[in-house]
Design a protein around this ligand. Structure first.
Ligand SMILES: Cc1ncc(COP(=O)(O)O)c(C=O)c1O
Length: 297
């Protein structure tokens, strides 16, 4: 990826119903979303010009906004169409898409009942480099100090910007120590997720993953669970305590950005990325291929 800052790029951004030049997609400093975290977003990928599970992402965006007590003034179908338009206008095929919705600047205080709800959709080129041999070496993951909050304390089911504050702090700390990411426990001390991806383990042929009851139930997570079941693998969604980490043979993380990425280390624990991880990695890459191209093949 180029090192050009994100506000300096060329291209087109969908902004409140209009396609505007990239550099004109701005907002005022007195935006509620900036001061009070009233912002929700999505991260999606297009493969070969087709957005993977676009409608599920649009539905989650709408749902995240509802959880934050605001309504995005566009339907799921309109958001899906806007995303397609952004891809087309920018001439992108293998790309990342970033829809973001936020409260505007009509009122400046905790309450913002009358503030306009904005929606913008940006997209940029993001090829999915798939070099299995390289990927199978696995990434190194640190243990985060912060925990995912109790759902009684924060709107943990929403993909809300405010929930990423502790992710950024944790990821920065991990990177400074030479790790690629950090694993967060939940408010009860159970294994939860990484800073931008869900986590899976394998032991004795069984796939284990934490119950998504206080963190994002990733669309990739659900896809991989489905793929594992289609392969006939047993999948155990359950409470996983950190003491168990030593007993797992394989580990991988899942997410729109991470896809399926093997993990070699979490803190003092080591894993040997193996056959089941490789199969799921390959199945996922097959699953995301555009359906039209598959039909044509
Ligand atoms: C905190 C967090 N958990 C999990 C995920 C994985 O979600 P998805 O698979 O829907 O991209 C993401 C990525 O969006 C994330 O940011």
């Amino acid at each position: 990826m180029s090192a050009t800052p994100f506000d300096q790029r060329d291209g087109w951004i969908w902004y409140d119903g209009q396609i505007v030049p990239w550099k004109d997609a701005q907002l005022h400093v007195l935006s509620h979303g900036l001061h009070y975290g009233s912002s929700v977003f999505e991260g999606e990928r297009a493969y070969g010009g087709e957005i993977f599970k676009s409608t599920e992402h649009s539905e989650r965006l709408k749902k995240s906004a509802e959880i934050l007590d605001f309504e995005i003034p566009y339907s799921v179908a309109e958001i899906d169409a806007a995303k397609r338009l952004v891809l087309e206008k920018n001439g992108l095929k293998d790309a990342y898409l970033r829809p973001v919705a936020w409260r505007g600047s009509e009122m400046m205080g905790v309450a913002a009942q009358a503030n306009k709800i904005h929606l913008a959709i940006a997209s940029w080129e993001w090829p999915s480099y798939f070099d299995p041999a390289q990927k199978m070496k696995g990434i190194r993951v640190d243990m985060a100090e912060y925990r995912r909050p109790d759902p009684a304390t924060a709107p943990s089911a929403a993909k809300a910007a405010g929930l990423y504050m502790i992710c950024t702090i944790s990821k920065h700390k991990a990177e400074r120590k030479g790790y690629a990411d950090a694993l967060m426990l939940d408010w009860q001390g159970r294994v939860a997720e990484c800073t931008g991806a869900n986590v899976f383990f394998i032991r004795d042929g069984i796939v284990h993953t934490p119950v998504a009851d206080c963190f994002l139930d990733g669309i990739t997570r659900r896809t991989v669970i489905d793929l594992a079941k289609r392969r006939g693998f047993e999948v155990a969604e359950r409470r996983i305590m950190p003491e168990e980490l030593a007993s797992f043979n394989e580990c991988f993380i899942t997410g729109t950005a991470a896809e399926v990425t093997p993990v070699a280390e979490i803190g003092p624990h080591t894993f040997q990325p193996g056959n089941m991880t490789k199969v799921l990695m390959e199945d996922y890459m097959a699953e995301v291929q555009p359906k039209n191209a598959q039909a044509a093949a």
